[in-house]
Design a protein around this ligand. Structure first.
Ligand code: KG4
Ligand code: ZN
Length: 341
């Protein structure tokens, strides 16, 4: 096995935790050579959400081609690689298993070390592909499956400061979009609609206990549903754009406030925003404004690296590779894998 940490590291990343089949090659942890993403969004749209069985089947169909394309675009071969990194969890178990099996097969065939990567760790490392991360830092990861505040004192070290107790931020966007009869995934549609409206409707903010860095979005989602329901019963109409703007403002306010509080508590200078919801323009604007005001260095990866992709997995995996945190061929997909064991 090639395990000399002094040589240039060339890591192949594989990501299949949800509805994107992706493979990427990253050099030395932060130089992006290729990032191939085959999205299944169109397939799942007609069902209004990701159908796990359909996702697994699609991953099986695409994975080999996607890996080959990632190698071709990076102009490398299997022999040039230093390690294979794959998302081990969290995610849909059947979907994760396709990536894990492909990574194991490649590791075995090419004699490469195998690295299991936590999906949230990957999301944070998306920022590293733009400019090297500067530690210690706090990361806000907001996606369709997660809303977490993570402290990182250095590479490969994670401490969870807060998490959602119910719905993830992106999930709340998707569910509210559904009641507004917008297509799946609803986040970008709410974002666009919110720009046309004003946040005039009174919706709750779940701050939880005064010192808590946890989140909760299911109450907000229910408040939106009740508001629409009550209005319909009274024969009144609700301006969808105003509702989208009010809902978005409520989510953004809590995310921003808690992220800033986490940065202050851990006394760090850098905040990394990651996950699909970081595409939200309201969140980007408000977080940028507050960070500027507070003198916090804010890092927001470009959109294509914010949503699920394998480059972030290859990047995070590189630092496990450098610490020789390898998995055996018994590596298994873990749908609720904890970030800190
Ligand atoms: O990170 P991601 O691609 O997948 C998961 O790991 O979940 O995140 C997808 C989530 C979806 O819930 C989607 O609605 C949300 O990110 N999202 C947005 C926006 N773009 C994507 N939410 C709000 N505003 C957006 N512009
Ligand atoms: Zn994700």
């Amino acid at each position: 096995m090639k395990t000399n940490p002094n040589e240039k590291s060339l890591v192949l990343g594989i990501e299949t935790s949800c509805d994107e089949t992706s493979a990427a090659v990253v050099q030395d942890g932060h130089i992006l050579l290729s990032n191939v993403i085959s999205s299944q969004m169109e397939v799942h749209r007609r069902f209004g959400g990701v159908v796990p069985e359909v996702a697994s089947r699609r991953h099986v169909e695409r994975i080999t081609m996607v890996i080959q394309e990632a190698l071709d675009r990076a102009e490398v071969t299997q022999e040039d690689l230093s390690a294979v990194a794959v998302t081990q969890g969290p995610g849909l178990v059947g979907a994760l298993l396709i990536g894990v099996s492909a990574a194991k097969a490649l590791s075995f065939a090419a004699g490469l070390p195998l690295v299991g990567v936590h999906h949230i760790a990957g999301h944070i490392y998306a920022g590293h592909l733009v400019k090297p991360l500067r530690f210690p830092l706090v990361a806000l990861v907001a996606s369709g499956g997660h809303t977490e505040l993570i402290y990182m004192p250095s590479h490969n070290r994670f401490e969870r400061l807060g998490r959602t107790r119910d719905d993830a931020a992106g999930e709340a966007f998707d569910k509210v979009a559904r009641v507004l009869e917008l297509p799946y995934p609803g986040g970008p549609h709410i974002d666009r609609l919110a720009k046309k409206g004003n946040p005039t409707l009174d919706l709750p903010r779940a701050w939880l206990e005064p010192d808590s860095l946890d989140f909760s979005f299911s109450g907000l989602k229910s408040a939106v549903i009740n508001l629409l329901h009550n209005a319909r019963q009274r024969g009144e109409s609700v301006d969808a754009a105003d509702l989208a703007a009010s809902f978005q403002e409520s989510v953004v306010e809590v995310l921003v406030e808690k992220a800033i509080r986490a940065v202050r508590e851990k006394d760090v200078e850098e905040l990394v925003l990651a996950g699909g919801v970081s595409a939200n323009s309201g969140l980007r604007n408000e977080l940028s404004r507050r960070c500027q005001q507070e003198g916090i260095r804010l890092r927001i990866p470009p959109l294509e690296l914010c949503t699920d992709n394998a480059a972030m997995i290859a990047s995070a995996g590189t630092y496990r590779h450098l610490e020789r945190q390898y998995a055996g061929y018994d590596l298994n997909a873990v749908p609720n894998l904890p970030l800190v064991p």
